[in-house]
Design a protein around this ligand. Sequence first.
Ligand SMILES: *[C@@H]1O[C@H](CO)[C@@H](O)[C@H](O)[C@H]1NC(C)=O
Ligand SMILES: *[C@@H]1O[C@H](CO)[C@@H](O)[C@H](O)[C@H]1NC(C)=O
Ligand SMILES: *[C@@H]1O[C@H](CO)[C@@H](O)[C@H](O)[C@H]1NC(C)=O
Ligand SMILES: *[C@@H]1O[C@H](CO)[C@@H](O)[C@H](O)[C@H]1NC(C)=O
Ligand SMILES: *[C@@H]1O[C@H](CO)[C@@H](O)[C@H](O)[C@H]1NC(C)=O
Ligand SMILES: *[C@@H]1O[C@H](CO)[C@@H](O)[C@H](O)[C@H]1NC(C)=O
Ligand SMILES: *[C@@H]1O[C@H](CO)[C@@H](O)[C@H](O)[C@H]1NC(C)=O
Ligand SMILES: *[C@@H]1O[C@H](CO)[C@@H](O)[C@H](O)[C@H]1NC(C)=O
Length: 498
Amino acid sequence: MAAAFFFLLMPFFLVPASTHLQSNEEGFISTVISEKGLDFAKDILIEKAISSLTPLYLPRVEKTLRIPLIGNVHFGLSNISIYRVDVRSSYVKPGDTGISIVASGATANLSMNWFYSYSAWLITVSDKGNASVQVEGMEVGLTLGLENQQGTLKLSLMDCGCYVKDIDITLNGGASWLYQGVVDAFEGKIRSSVENAITKKIKEGILKLDSLLRSLPKEVSVNEIVALNVTFVNEPVFSNFSIGFEIDGLFTAADKVVSSGNYVMNSQLSASCKGPVKMLEISLDEDVFNSASNIYYNAEVMQWIVDKVPDQSLLNTASWKYIVPQLYKMYPNNDMNLNVSLSFPPFIKISPYNIDSTIYSDVTIDVFDNNDTIPVACISLVVNASGSVGISGNNLVGSVTLVDFTMSLKWSKIGDFHMYLIQSVMRTLLKTVFLPYVNLHLGRGFPLPIIRGFTLQNADIFCASSKIYVCSDVVFADSYKPKLLPYDLTHPLLGFGV
Ligand SMILES: *[C@@H]1O[C@H](CO)[C@@H](O)[C@H](O)[C@H]1NC(C)=O
Ligand SMILES: *[C@@H]1O[C@H](CO)[C@@H](O)[C@H](O)[C@H]1NC(C)=O
Ligand SMILES: *[C@@H]1O[C@H](CO)[C@@H](O)[C@H](O)[C@H]1NC(C)=O
Ligand SMILES: *[C@@H]1O[C@H](CO)[C@@H](O)[C@H](O)[C@H]1NC(C)=O
Ligand SMILES: *[C@@H]1O[C@H](CO)[C@@H](O)[C@H](O)[C@H]1NC(C)=O
Ligand SMILES: *[C@@H]1O[C@H](CO)[C@@H](O)[C@H](O)[C@H]1NC(C)=O
Ligand SMILES: *[C@@H]1O[C@H](CO)[C@@H](O)[C@H](O)[C@H]1NC(C)=O
Ligand SMILES: *[C@@H]1O[C@H](CO)[C@@H](O)[C@H](O)[C@H]1NC(C)=O
């Protein structure tokens, strides 16, 4: 039951919504669970509810009844248990005030022991046996309220009812008068016991779910550098066929240093997935990626010494003999390395057909002279790359290809030299070293905060203005165990220099 409800939480995703309630709050990841997704969640919920419901023991009941020709008979039922429940049909419907779930045409099977005793001519007559009861046409309905309470979701049971239409009692053994006696004495009692027990069990279940929801962290640590802020913002949005959630969704520094990024919200919560209906729509604003970029940049991990390249001769001044003659003249046949450091956080821009990224970097050429490392020149490099994204497991993964780049000489200890001369060397380095390195990290991706147990399946991804949408079904692997961290965060974020 709990697991199922976690599904409703799936809002570990993205984007900003119309924030009329708390205008100061912005969510950059939002999730919309479609009717199909709600149906899926409901089915898991019911399956879990049934398995947690059975066996359900009901209190023993006793009663004294006057039976014609016999007199006062003391009846009792004990060891009453509901050992099987089947639900024939069910539906879930979000409404303005909450989510209604109705299971109808449910049946239940009960087993119990019966006994009776009465006095006749100074002796006591008694007997016992067992009985089975079939409960038919049971209706169970509940309405759940879901609200944002200081960044976590609060689940409440607004309404809950169970109605038993018909019961059929079969006694094993006993005299014929006994049957009518038991039916007269206990039919109503069994009916209301079943109704009360199921209602009570649902109340307990919802309380448990609520406390699990509250135990969801507001921040999930991704690696030693970044954490994802998964605080819920704004109220869940209920439409007739879907529920939408928003979370803050920005990356923060793992050491709690507040990021310096200044983000502007410009989007709204609306279903955008096209094509076959999927269970979930997760949208991620470009600011999610830019927040990660900022944190990594501020953590000063976006630095990289290049000392191994596919064509190692490129890291010897001999290869530069003709393009930068003065370098070779001053340091003939010396080995070099390149110190690449970013000069601004990489900037990511998402448009309907492209993900563009601009990377500003300084490439310092270091020459080894005896045991010294001598920086000889620094080139400012602005690289424009085009990105694509995909899903691997529950991770959003990416890759980039080179679009274009510009260079300028920032400083030099070996005199001026023309950038166009080293253009092709730089292009080769970008294509064979720099971008493959970036892609290695992007290929690991970062985890979409999907509740443990659920895995994305048949995901489609598309870009719109400033956002990436993931439209996906999910599958549920029923190995749910409550954990403090219900998120499956097994992969480090795209980690430059990590
Ligand atoms: C009580 O009922 C269960 C089945 O629901 C049965 O296994 C058990 O033997 C019963 N106990 C007694 C004392 O009859
Ligand atoms: C119920 O009683 C019948 C015989 O009267 C017996 O065969 C059966 O095992 C009993 N069932 C239980 C659960 O006690
Ligand atoms: C449970 O009850 C249903 C009717 O409500 C009946 O068809 C079914 O055979 C019963 N199952 C068991 C295991 O007694
Ligand atoms: C939602 O359903 C109600 C009645 O069930 C209807 O009045 C309302 O127009 C529906 N809203 C939308 C947006 O479909
Ligand atoms: C996480 O997001 C919430 C809501 O936007 C915000 O109030 C909180 O300060 C954020 N936490 C951090 C560590 O940035
Ligand atoms: C690399 O260059 C940056 C500045 O561009 C400098 O701060 C850093 O110390 C250099 N790293 C090494 C190992 O030389
Ligand atoms: C370079 O360093 C190594 C060991 O660190 C030392 O043996 C060698 O003499 C040094 N060479 C020069 C030219 O200083
Ligand atoms: C790189 O992208 C920026 C911003 O999108 C643009 O202004 C610039 O002209 C592009 N430069 C190259 C070399 O493509």
